[in-house]
Design a protein around this ligand. Structure first.
Ligand code: HSE
Length: 349
């Protein structure tokens, strides 16, 4: 008989992605136990706005989801012996018995905070960290990666680029041994969704509201439409995959907020389509990046990538071009990114 390993999680943030992850864990519990011999216990959830819960033996996933769906907060979670309420994020990270801190709070790609402090605290407490929050990886990758190595813990962030579509794993693991010369693609689901809806005749404002409702947009959607989110992802790819040392401010960035319905119609009339294209490339000894609305002919492979789908072409020295297409945003899609990282962590000896 195989023994089940228990792996305890503390969720920092309980918005779209955190709830998506809990839904996945709830529906796949038996499968994860059977296929991977692991049982994930969510011992803590700490959210700045919704409240905070900790139980060393694990929280009830049904009760967690029901409570937050019904009230938007965690206060009404049923009282059980040993339940601790009200711990702030750093107390949760330092004093819970979690093996892994799951950082799924909102992204601030300008300062990276408070998520950078959360990840530092996790590593200093000897805990692994899994992030979908782009801030710490875009702004402090090297420092945090070095700290994780020094503390002997894992630093995982697949969900920071193209949600659960395994972009970082593809580049770092599947393409190991190739030199990546250029990366080019559509890295923001919200703007791609908006552009697709505008082509269908919807207004920019309606399309953005729909993207927010569907859980694609950032808490502050300015980050999406002004290109900051795609710029953060370009920096992550530049620094993690191509060995660059870019800052978000170094990215030559333009968003889509200046595009009008007339611009979209004019492109369509010319047999073209607007896409927000992110590009990372080598120039001299440096790695550079840009994010720009670009008109592509309909025959271009990226022109057919619509809605919240993202795509990314890696140009390599040994394989030529390798293109990955898949979901770029969404509750379950991004929750899945965390699951993939967690399974990778528990598979390690
Ligand atoms: N707001 C982001 C997007 C979420 O639309 O792509 C996924 O990173």
């Amino acid at each position: 008989m195989t023994t089940l390993r228990v792996h305890r999680l503390a969720l920092i943030g309980f918005g779209t992605v955190g709830q998506g992850l809990v839904e996945i864990l709830q529906s796949k519990q038996a499968e994860l136990a059977g296929r991977y011999g692991v049982q994930f216990h969510v011992v803590a959830v700490s959210d700045l706005l919704k409240g905070s819960l900790y139980h060393p033996n694990g929280l009830d996933l049904n009760a967690l989801l029901n409570t937050v769906r019904r009230t938007g907060r965690l206060d009404d979670y049923p009282a059980v012996p040993g339940l601790q309420r009200g711990w702030d994020s750093l107390t949760t990270i330092r004093h819970s018995n979690a093996h892994t801190v799951v950082e799924v709070s909102w992204t601030d790609v300008q300062t990276g905070q408070p998520a950078i402090s959360h990840v530092r605290a996790a590593f200093e407490a000897g805990k692994h960290a899994v992030l979908t929050n782009k801030g710490p990886v875009a702004l402090a990758y090297r420092e945090l990666a070095d700290l994780a190595v020094a503390r002997g813990v894992q630093f995982r962030f697949e969900g920071t680029v193209m949600s659960g579509t395994p972009t970082i794993r593809l580049a770092r693991q599947a393409l190991a041994g190739c030199d990546i010369l250029e990366i080019k693609g559509i890295l923001n689901g919200t703007t791609n969704f908006i552009l697709t809806r505008m082509e269908e005749g919807h207004s920019y404002a309606d399309a953005l509201a729909e993207a927010q409702r569907l859980g694609y947009a950032e808490a502050d959607p300015t980050a999406d439409v002004e290109g900051w989110d795609a710029a953060g992802k370009a920096v992550i790819l530049a620094n993690v995959v191509m060995g660059g040392s870019l800052r978000v401010a170094d990215v030559d960035r333009t968003g889509i907020s200046g595009l009008t319905q007339e611009d979209v119609a004019a492109a369509r009339a010319a047999g073209e389509r607007w896409k927000l294209i992110a590009r990372v490339w080598r120039e001299g000894g440096a790695v550079r990046a840009s994010v720009k609305p670009t008109r592509l002919p309909l025959s271009h492979p990226l022109a057919g990538v619509g809605g919240p789908i993202n795509a990314c072409t890696f140009t390599t020295d040994l394989l030529g071009e390798v293109t990955l297409v898949g979901p770029g945003a969404g509750r379950i899609e991004t929750g899945y990114a965390v699951l993939g990282d967690l399974l990778d962590i528990v598979a390690r000896p």
